[in-house]
Design a protein around this ligand. Structure first.
Ligand SMILES: [Zn+2]
Length: 343
């Protein structure tokens, strides 16, 4: 899931309730009643207007990304501890068998007890000193385990997008920054009611690890993909993301003619980018939290492959790849900021 704390749509009345929130949150999360627990973002923002991309343009095979999505969904629900999650883990490892793969294995002490989890990190080395991360979560919600919730858009499509990106990066000599694709475990809250302290398990663990071992200082950008296979694609600007990095994302989308799908309105979202932001890394959550009428497909058994489109996977995947190309072309990427104490 993802918790949308509030939404300030440009053209909508301020009294509208938070259309982008999950069903269980929509009733309480009005545009003004929930305090936004924003992560402080650096204000020093380079102008994104004049960036020239560096390196050859890469484009995903969106039809193949859709095929990957269907294959992941076919394993059924994949909450942590389920047979489906074990199968998806094996599936991802199989797809990435010729790549440089690392795992971040740990046990999360959750409200339902200890849960073994695995983040998968796929590294494509580049010539420049620094790393661009693209991440997605791959599990489904534990609290939906007694339903047939398969998270076609919520976890499957974006994991598939990462696989499709790996197909483009594999075997190429990258002249820019290294690209790491990260399949995060344990994003969803264990219980129906969202608690940040009982969710974001994989991202919190990996962000802490990277902060401890110094990796966080090498990360030039952390791009999170979530729920962006929606056939009706509208990605909002997120106030918990780093403004200059979102400007780069928008420029990338605009270069490809996709700007109508980006940032017409603004959300404040709690998602896997938060721990990385708190660890000082520039982050952008690329998320469509308006999934079905009144977000009615989100966290329901209606989150199925027929709600997605190849076009949306293409727009999302290519915009991310173009963002990487712009980041490689930037003369000065702002340095990481001081890590904030955990809350
Ligand atoms: Zn979700």
């Amino acid at each position: 899931m993802i918790l949308c704390l509030r939404r300030s749509a440009i053209l909508l009345l301020a009294s509208l309730t938070c259309l982008g929130c999950s069903n269980d949150k929509a009733a309480s999360a009005s545009s003004s009643e929930v305090p936004a627990q924003s992560v402080t973002q650096p204000s020093a923002a380079p102008s994104a207007k004049s960036i020239e991309p560096a390196g050859p343009a890469l484009r995903i095979d969106a039809a193949r990304a859709m095929q990957y999505t269907k294959e992941i969904v076919a394993f059924g629900p994949r909450w942590d501890g389920s047979p489906g999650m074990q199968k998806v883990y094996g599936y991802l490892k199989g797809k990435l068998k010729s790549d440089q793969v690392e795992e971040d294995v740990f046990t999360a002490q959750t409200s339902i007890g200890p849960v073994p989890m695995r983040n998968i990190i796929v590294k494509f080395p580049g010539a420049k000193d620094g790393v661009i991360v693209v991440a997605s979560h791959y599990e489904t919600n534990y609290w939906l385990r007694n339903t047939n919730f398969v998270g076609a858009n919520d976890g499957a499509a974006t994991s598939a997008l990462l696989l499709a990106m790996a197909d483009q990066l594999r075997g190429k000599k990258l002249e820019g920054y290294s690209v790491w694709l990260v399949f995060l475990d344990g994003e969803e809250s264990m219980t129906r009611t969202w608690h940040t302290s009982d969710a974001l398990w994989g991202s919190r663990h990996l962000a802490q690890k990277w902060q401890d071992d110094g990796t966080s200082k090498k990360v030039k950008a952390f791009l999170l993909a979530d729920m962006i296979g929606d056939a009706d694609l509208d990605i909002y600007r997120d106030e918990n993301s780093t403004p200059w990095l979102e400007d780069v994302v928008l420029q990338a989308a605009t270069r490809l003619g996709y700007q109508s799908h980006f940032f017409a309105a603004t959300n404040t979202v709690e998602d896997d980018h938060i721990p990385f932001a708190r660890a000082g890394m520039p982050v952008a959550d690329i998320i469509d939290l308006d999934y079905g009428y009144n977000n009615s497909f989100h966290h329901t058994t209606q989150d199925t492959v027929d709600k997605l489109s190849v076009d949306s996977l293409k727009i999302s995947g290519d915009a991310i790849l173009e963002t990487i190309r712009l980041l490689n072309g930037m003369a000065n990427i702002p340095p990481p900021v001081q890590a904030q104490p955990a809350k």
